[in-house]
Design a protein around this ligand. Structure first.
Ligand code: GAL
Length: 697
């Protein structure tokens, strides 16, 4: 991102997708002057313009793109230029029907929407490569262009294809993974249900729809891996063409927790990480605000803590949910700046000017249908001024001592069919644990469980059903070296091939946790089981007679063996496992810096107060505190710190309805005024308080 920031004169990026091809050229000069008025300094151009740029195979029409890039440059607006491969033109799909996507039922998904191509199609890949070459050759030296936007939201609509071409590509992928059929047979467990393969040609994508029978689970898991890799290959090929011709940074926009794409792998291939985030109305206002924070925390982690770019969000309503509420006054500002707080060095929108035609004409934009005499436009201009005032923040980092271990392969594995309970959902549990930390003022990263954990003091493992040997060893060594690990139920159950780890659950973690579960018993929807909480847990509200009674739901299990050095913090007080442990903690020998590590296990779905109390307790015991020292974290209050060598930037958001006094001193960059400690942040408001860091003596 630093290279882009430099081209923007050190400013944070502000702008959005700009689709000038949807408008007569006579509108363009007004676009540029209104962009200047709003403080726009970066726009993404050409994302869906393949059909106009290449009207017939190999015939390019770059005239309009030349003119708009020149105009933008003259107006001082930089461009994130797309290679336009996101949606092939109808002529390509029409000439190459084999390039279209086929779903699990064998139905061809025709063109007329977007991304209707098979990721393995040679016709698509060749044409995308030729187009990319032509665009980059023409514009690599254009002074407006500061970065490249390859494709758009890979796999949003075509995350997997079941056609013959894909079947062939899947076999090749499998041959690279398992050099022999014997290895494949063993990994897929094909002795079960007479599935043994004798010839590679017999191997297919999992075309068995779930309503017929259960497809082989490892075949399904491998198909998810293949499908993510296949689109990553498309990205790699196009990015390589760009890199061969231009030194500018290359990205493609992610969709945070998008199940089909393993973004840990994808992130390795980006020059800068960018992301799109939209509020989901169904989550409710607080849930959607939390979702934003969680998404941004993931993206920062994918960027390995480096600044990233918010490529898209919305100024107000979207068009693709069943009901699309507008953002209330102040909501857009809080949303945009929340991304910045969590490491974004820019906030861009979809899109600049609201469309008149097409599927997204009811999607909000920076310039609404109503024009400039509108509240939305005024809020956009105010936000542009806020973003400009935050230039000093560029390059600083948001740091966390807590991380949630997260793995896409585990996600694919845990949500396969024929499991103990349909209620065991990876994202639900990750979301819940992250939200409780967020509501209590802790900043939290995400981390791949195989990667270096040494920057953390606490690693939470709410849901890691599939756990590789490396990940198990990594987490154990983290705890042995003084780290705190908290593991949620139905984690560490299977290995990389989705084979059960034998000898008692959770096989990957039995040694670390000092427990051994014999049997699971998921609970029926709505059922709860009473729990007895040990006074040692000392978790807060119920002691004062407030809060939820301690109950478990969703899941229970028989932890038949507990090592002598393991404390039982919570036990089942009813149900079939009455008297047996439900939550345990083992304190390990003192590790790094003489802090003893600890390994906690949570064997049922705890109520909110108890789970929050437990997580806060685990953090406190590890020496990790909330961002601000407050007696209790106010409802709807969010605070995050970005830091560089010289300055700490406290971003404080009051999404709630009561004023919140802030204990910090410095200058509020948004107003330019001093912030005295104890000054209250009014409801709906944001402050970014810059405080010089005093060098250690
Ligand atoms: C994104 C996409 C944009 C636009 C936007 C609408 O998924 O990248 O092109 O469709 O959604 O919210």
């Amino acid at each position: 991102m630093a290279k882009v920031t430099e081209r923007l004169g050190g400013a944070l990026a502000f702008g959005g997708d700009y689709n000038p091809e949807q408008w007569p050229e006579s509108v363009w000069p007004e676009d540029v002057s209104l962009m200047q008025e709003a403080g726009v300094n970066l726009v993404s151009v050409g994302i869906f313009s393949w059909a106009l740029l290449e009207p017939a195979p190999g015939q390019y029409d770059f005239g309009w793109l030349d003119r708009i890039l020149d105009l933008l440059h003259a107006g001082g607006i930089a461009v994130d230029l797309a290679n336009a491969s996101a949606t092939p033109p109808p002529w390509l799909s029409h000439r190459h029907p084999e390039s279209m996507l086929v779903d699990v039922d064998g139905v061809t998904r025709n063109y007329g929407g977007r991304q209707a191509f098979c990721p393995s199609s040679a016709a698509y890949r060749d044409a995308a490569a030729a187009l990319t070459t032509a665009i980059v050759d023409r514009y690599a030296a254009h002074p407006a262009v500061v970065m490249w936007h390859v494709h758009n939201e890979y796999g949003n609509h075509n995350w997997s294809c079941y056609c013959q071409v894909s079947a062939e590509a899947f076999r090749k992928w499998l041959q690279r993974r398992y050099s022999t059929l014997d290895e494949l047979n063993s990994a897929w467990g094909t002795t079960f249900w007479s599935q043994h393969y004798y010839d590679w040609a017999e191997v297919l994508p999992p075309r068995t729809p779930a309503y017929q029978t259960f497809a082989n689970p490892t075949q399904q898991l491998d198909f998810s891996r293949f499908s993510s890799d296949e689109l990553l290959d498309c990205y790699r090929a196009e990015a390589q063409i760009v890199r061969d011709r231009s030194g500018l940074p290359v990205t493609t926009n992610f969709m945070q927790f998008w199940k089909p794409m393993d973004y840990w792998r994808w992130s390795q291939e980006m020059d800068l990480i960018s992301n799109d985030h939209y509020r989901f109305a169904a989550l409710g206002p607080d849930g959607a605000t939390h979702d934003l924070a969680m998404a941004a925390d993931l993206v920062r982690s994918l960027a390995d803590d480096a600044p990233w770019l918010l490529m898209e969000h919305s100024t107000s309503a979207v068009n693709w949910q069943p009901r699309n509420p507008a953002k209330a006054p102040g909501q857009m500002r809080r949303d945009s700046l929340s991304h910045v707080a969590r490491g974004a060095d820019g906030a861009l929108f979809f899109q600049w000017r609201a469309s008149r035609a097409g599927a997204e004409k009811y999607h909000s934009a920076m310039l609404p249908h109503a024009g400039t005499d509108s509240r939305r436009w005024r809020e956009v201009c105010d936000l542009g001024a806020d973003i400009a005032a935050l230039a000093d923040v560029a390059g600083s980092r948001t740091r966390s001592r807590i991380a949630i271990a997260f793995d896409w392969h585990s996600w694919w594995g845990v949500e396969l069919d024929s499991h103990p309970s349909v209620d065991v959902d990876q994202m639900e549990r990750v979301r819940r644990w992250h939200r409780l930390l967020w509501q209590n003022g802790y900043t939290c990263d995400f981390v791949h469980p195989d990667r270096d954990l040494s920057r953390y003091q606490v690693v939470l493992v709410p849901a890691l059903y599939l756990c590789t040997d490396d990940a198990a060893a990594n987490l154990a060594s983290f705890a042995e070296n003084g780290g705190t690990v908290v593991v949620g139920y139905f984690s560490g159950i299977v290995d990389v091939d989705d084979h059960i780890r034998l000898g008692g659950y959770p096989g990957a973690f039995t040694d670390l946790l000092g427990i051994r579960t014999e049997e699971f018993s998921p609970m029926l929807a709505g059922d709860v089981v009473p729990l007895t909480v040990s006074p040692d847990l000392d978790y807060g509200p119920p002691e004062s007679g407030e809060g939820d009674p301690p109950v478990g739901s969703t899941w229970s299990e028989l932890i038949g063996r507990v090592e002598p050095d393991v404390e039982v913090l919570v036990s089942f007080a009813g149900g079939q496992w009455a008297g047996e442990p439900a939550v345990t903690r083992r304190v390990l020998a003192a590790g790094r810096g003489s802090v003893p590590g600890s390994a906690w296990y949570v064997g049922t779905e705890l109520g909110t107060d108890l789970l929050a109390g437990l997580l806060v307790k685990a953090c406190a015991a590890a020496g990790v505190q909330p961002v601000l020292d407050m007696e209790s974290w106010p409802a709807g209050f969010d605070a995050v710190v970005r830091e560089d060598e010289h300055t700490s930037y406290l971003f404080a958001f009051n999404h709630g309805s009561e004023a919140v006094p802030l204990v910090c001193e410095g200058t509020d960059l948004l107003t330019g005024k001093p912030w005295d400690t104890g000054t209250s942040l009014p409801p709906g408001q944001v402050a970014v308080v810059a405080t010089p860091l005093v060098a250690a003596p």
